[in-house]
Each structure stands twice: as C-alpha cells, then as structure tokens.
Design a protein around this ligand. Structure first.
Ligand code: V47
Length: 355
C-alpha cells in the first residue's frame, strides 16, 4: 500500500515514512489538500485588518536566522516607549484595525511590570482591539529572567489584556537543528507546554514553523506531528492556525545556500493541510511567501493569508517585501482576482464581513 493509502487507513506513521509524501507530484497532493480545504471553507480566503508592533529589537538571544535583532546584523537598535506604542495602537484603531500583533525581542531592558502595564493600557484605551501578543519564546524568557512559572506569566498576560498568543518562536522542533539555528531559545517541549497551559486556560493561539533553511523534510513532518499530538492531547484544542514561515535569507548568520522551489513550498502547505486535520486553519503568510504565491497556496490547502500588517519589521529585515504591509483594497482585489471570496475575520476566525 502506498503512503497516502496507509495514511487514509489511519495507520500511525513515522516522520521518515511520511516524508515520502513529498515524492508525490504537486498536483496530486494539491488536489487532496484542496478538497479538504473546500470541505471546510469552500472558496473563502480569510484575512484580518491588523497592525504589527515590535516594541524593541534589542535582544538577549542570538538566533542565527534573525535579521531583526540589534545584537545580530541589524545596526539600528531601538526601543519604543509606552506613549509611542499607544499612539501606534490609536492610529491602527482609527484605520479600522481589529488586532494588534505585539512581538518583541527578548529585551534585557523592559521590566515585567512595564510589559504588563503596556498590555493593560492598550486594553483600557481600546477595549475592542484584540491583543495577540507574546510568543512562547518570550514567555519562556520572562519566566527565566523574572523567576516566574509559565503559569504565572500566562495568567498575568491574560489578566492584563492579552487575548491570544501568536505562533512565533517554534522554528523547528527537532533538537539537533534547533541547537544550530537558535541555541538558548525556548526548548521545543517547553514551547509546546506553554501553549498547552494557555489552551487549558481556555485561550487560543497559533503555531508557526520556520522552514526552507537547513532542515530536512522529515524535520518539517516531525514538527507538524508534534503540534498535532499536542492538539489531540489537550481536549481544549487551542491552536487556531498553522503557519509555515518561509525562511528569508538576507542580513543573518545562517549561511544557507539552497532554497526551496515553489513546488517544495506548496507541497509543504498541502502536506500540512493533509496531516493537521485537527488544526482548523492553514495560514499562507503573504509576508514570507509573497502575495502571489500565498494566493496560489490557497489552492493547495491554505485558507488564510494573514492581514494588512501595516508595518512589518522581522521578515522584511531578512529580505521579505513586507515592510509597509499591504493596503486593504489591494489585498481584497488580489483575493478576488484569484477567484476566491474575500472574508475579513477577527483574530479568532469569526467572520466579520465579505467584500
Ligand atoms: O518566530 C525570524 C520568524 C517569527 C526570520 O501567529 C523569520 O499569526 C523568516 O511568528 N525568515 C515571528 N522568518 C513572526 C511570527 C508570526 C508572523 C505572522 C503571523 C503570526 C501569527 C506569527 O518570525 C519568528 C521566526 O520564526 N523569523 N527571522 C527569517 N529570516
């Protein structure tokens, strides 16, 4: 029996066996993934109106793939103060943003109270703005730096206004690869544990995977299976979206020489849709894929494209064309031009409006 049939029969397969999925041609995988996607969402493509805020790039960590951190290749250190952040949130709110996505460096300068106060102030000033903030890597950093348990940090986040957690910091769970690309960052099991605790609190989050660098296909499958397992184990099932982030190569120390083809990228997205039947959404993040490939990915299992973003500092420093986000009108035009229905969603995937 071939691997797709064995998968269909519900057989438990090892990542090295499932890596053989990549040997199918793109259209075979794409058709299966597309059927699954259509069953769930028809021809809807989800997006949101959001604003990324990255309070600082001064970072205590040394991830090799990172072009954002001022302690790596970024020569321009910065640190926003509370007034600047509130002003950004105000402007975004005025322009119709429903979400602020706040991810920072592992800053040795901000205090715990400053951070929690920042969430509190944003929530107080804009109660209807969803705060998606703090990657599990930041939670882990806070826990170590301020001597608090994961539970304490997560409860304080919730108490002070954080609504959901973004999926960053997952990178690749395989410990050997992780050691090379981001030694010292949150450990894979702890990343999963932090999200599990958050989910047990009745909260939602996303999960990313950084791919297209030095990892092998098997490592991507292993990454997906660990997420699937976590989602199965927690009855609460709090992962909303899986987001494969395509590695961007500029201004960092990873020194990768070979990059995946569009076929390999689309197969990765299709395989994610096929394997992750317990994670509702697959996000083709336009900032790393480029808008056109992200739209093609909607025919290969993805159903979401992220949002307008407005300012993007992490991937754009590494070469992505996402520094100034995208205008709402352009995003909607492109989604429709690709033959899809453009559905604005909130951060938890409730539909707001069809354009
Ligand atoms: O974890 C860093 C990645 C992530 C590079 O949850 C890079 O909805 C590519 O997690 N090339 C942060 N990627 C961003 C993130 C995210 C983005 C959009 C939506 C959501 C969500 C989450 O950025 C990091 C890291 O994996 N990253 N450097 C790079 N050179």
């Amino acid at each position: 029996m071939d691997i797709l049939d064995r998968l269909e029969q519900g057989e438990e397969l090892h990542p090295s066996q499932l890596a053989k999925l990549y040997e199918y041609d793109l259209l075979t995988l794409g058709e299966i993934a597309d059927q699954k996607r259509k069953q769930l969402y028809g021809s809807k493509v989800f997006f949101n109106i959001n604003r990324h805020i990255n309070p600082s790039n001064i970072c205590a960590d040394v991830c090799k793939f990172c072009a954002f951190s001022a302690s790596r290749k970024n020569p321009n250190p910065y640190e926003m103060n509370l007034d600047e952040i509130l002003q950004i949130a105000q402007n975004a709110h005025n322009k119709g943003a429903k979400e602020v996505h706040i991810v920072s460096s592992h800053s040795p300068n901000y205090t715990y109270e400053w951070y929690m106060g920042m969430f509190q102030e944003i929530k107080k000033s804009f109660p209807d703005l969803h705060i998606k903030a703090m990657t599990a890597a930041e939670v882990d950093y806070f826990s170590r730096r301020f001597g608090k348990s994961y539970e304490e940090v997560l409860e304080d986040m919730a108490k002070n206004g954080v609504d959901s957690m973004p999926g960053g910091g997952a990178e690749i769970f395989n410990e050997e690869i992780r050691k090379i690309i981001c030694q010292g960052k949150v450990k894979s099991n702890d990343w999963l544990k932090i999200h599990s605790i958050w989910h047990k609190m009745g909260r939602y989050s996303n999960a990313t995977m950084l791919f297209g660098h030095i990892e092998q296909r098997e490592h991507r499958i292993d990454h997906m299976l660990r997420l699937k397992q976590t989602q199965t184990t927690n009855k609460e099932g709090g992962f909303n979206a899986f987001i494969p982030l395509l590695y961007q190569k500029e201004n960092n120390y990873l020194n990768v020489k070979q990059f995946p083809s569009a076929q390999e990228i689309l197969k990765t997205i299709a395989i994610a849709r096929i394997l992750l039947d317990n994670i509702p959404h697959i996000k083709a993040y336009w900032a790393t894929l480029g808008l056109n490939l992200a739209l093609v990915a909607q025919e290969f299992g993805a159903d979401d494209i992220d949002g307008t973003i407005e300012v993007e500092s992490i991937q754009s420093r590494a070469g992505a064309k996402s520094a100034s986000g995208i205008e709402l009108e352009e995003l909607i035009f492109k989604i429709k031009d690709a033959g899809f229905r453009a559905i604005e969603r909130d951060s938890l995937y409730h539909e707001i409006k069809e354009y």
